[in-house]
Design a protein around this ligand. Structure first.
Ligand SMILES: Nc1nc2c([nH]c(=O)n2[C@@H]2O[C@H](COP(=O)(O)OP(=O)(O)OP(=O)(O)O)[C@@H](O)[C@H]2O)c(=O)[nH]1
Length: 138
């Protein structure tokens, strides 16, 4: 807490889609959104009453027209990170099986990236440990 009071805590769920060649899908935040231009993992805020898995399924459908099954979402890591204006808690899943071909429904740029190359893409601070975990543990 500081003089401005406690920071809001934001619960976000995200997912690494992994293709058969071991590449990971990342998306570039479009102009007009906070943190525009940074590369991140597909996902978004967990709505009230939703599980993290349900939030990932909904966001993948909205953002990418991709349908994973909930059972295909494997818990991989989580983040708890203090941004200057909010604190993010982010369960993070791996998914190797889904229906559909990812479409950039929100005008976002998409990239399939090898884990070794993730560090070449500028990411939000909260994602840096996730990129390192993917490099080390996949
Ligand atoms: N989706 C996603 N959000 C992330 C990641 N890392 C990270 O710091 N965030 C932050 O978590 C928050 C998620 O919000 P979002 O804007 O993607 O969620 P949303 O689609 O539900 O929001 P919206 O409907 O208000 O646009 C943003 O502040 C975003 O910058 C990540 O890897 N994936």
């Amino acid at each position: 807490m500081d003089a401005r009071g406690p920071k809001p805590v934001l619960y976000v769920a995200a997912c690494a889609l992994l293709d058969a060649d071991g590449r990971i899908l990342i998306a570039r935040r479009p102009e007009g959104k906070p943190m525009a231009g940074l590369w991140e993992f597909p996902g978004g805020k967990i709505e009230p009453g939703e599980t993290p898995e349900q939030a990932v399924v909904r966001e993948l459908r909205e953002e990418l027209s991709v349908e994973p099954c909930e059972r295909c979402l494997h818990p991989f890591a989580f983040v708890s990170h203090a941004y200057p204006d909010f604190h993010i808690v982010m369960p993070f899943f791996l998914c190797r099986t889904w229906d559909g071909f990812p479409q950039p429904n929100e005008g976002q740029e998409l990239a399939w990236v090898r884990k070794e190359k993730l560090r070449e893409y500028r990411m939000p601070a909260a994602d840096l440990p996730l990129a390192a975990e993917l490099r080390d543990r996949l």
